[in-house]
Write a protein of this length. Structure first.
Length: 264
């Protein structure tokens, strides 16, 4: 732990392992607990009663609120206690009672979170999940193990995502939705079991997508999900007509790469 400035930045009632590494301007509130082999970058603020568990690396400018629990062992019966990791990027906001578990025994043994994400109160990121950038997880949204959430996605409150599911970029999951299959990029899904309800038009407009791209994505939606073609035929048709558009290329490649199947 760095010595410079600690007297004014770290509350005397905080519990910090001597093996933790904190940047000089990190602020730590009372009763926060930071375990061994934790690295916390510049400008981070750890609020009272937060817990940062071992083998966690946190980037710059993150704020972790009271009673959040970050980097704790996975909730996985196969886990054998080995050293696995949690890696978190810059400028994330992790609100009250959020839980993030580190990697388990399968896969890369790492839970990875990018930057500029918002995790609202009580949301949960399970072991070996991979989250991109600019993602919003609303209150009590839950990811099971090995879930991938791509950039600019939003998960509504009380939504739940099954193991190994992929959430495509710029997609939106409605509140109280159970997601058991991959959600294609740019789409809106909702329901007790997720159903596809069309393009995430409002979200894409807020991200300043050009009108021409929105029009093309709507046409692709009709080709892929509303025509009588097989999925293979629909993908070929969308690719043939609009394959030079980057967003269409992303959408087609995502669907082709699906292992669990696509939410329809």
């Amino acid at each position: 732990m760095s010595d410079e400035g600690n007297s004014t930045q770290i509350h005397p009632m905080a519990i910090i392992h001597p093996g933790a590494e904190l940047a000089v301007d990190v602020v730590v509130g009372p009763y926060a607990v930071i375990d061994e082999e934790v690295k916390i970058g510049k400008g981070c603020r750890i609020h009272a009663h937060a817990h940062i568990a071992s083998y966690t690396t946190i980037g710059k400018g993150c704020e972790i609120y009271s009673y959040a629990s970050v980097g704790t062992p996975p909730q996985d019966l196969k886990f054998d206690g080995r050293r696995t990791e949690t890696i978190i990027g810059d400028n994330n906001i992790i609100r009250e009672f959020v839980t993030v578990n580190r990697g388990s025994v399968d896969g890369d043994e790492v839970t990875s979170i990018g930057g500029n994400n918002l995790f609202m109160a009580y949301s949960h990121v399970a072991h070996d999940s991979i989250i991109g950038n600019h993602v919003v997880m609303a209150n009590a949204a839950t990811l099971a193990g090995h879930v991938t959430v791509q950039d600019h996605s939003t998960l509504g409150g009380l939504s739940a995502v099954h193991q190994f599911v992929r959430i495509g970029t710029h997609s939106y999951i409605g509140g109280k939705t159970g997601v058991t299959k991959d959600v294609p990029p740019y789409m809106l899904v909702s329901g007790h079991r997720a159903k596809l309800y069309g393009l995430n038009t409002i979200g894409l407009k807020r991200k300043n997508f050009p009108r021409t791209v929105l029009k093309i994505l709507k046409q692709c939606y009709r080709i892929l999900f509303l025509s009588e073609r097989t999925l293979k035929e629909a993908l070929e048709a969308a690719e043939s007509q609009f394959g030079d558009v980057e967003e269409v290329r992303i959408l087609v490649d995502f669907i082709r790469g699906s292992q669990r199947g696509i939410t329809r």
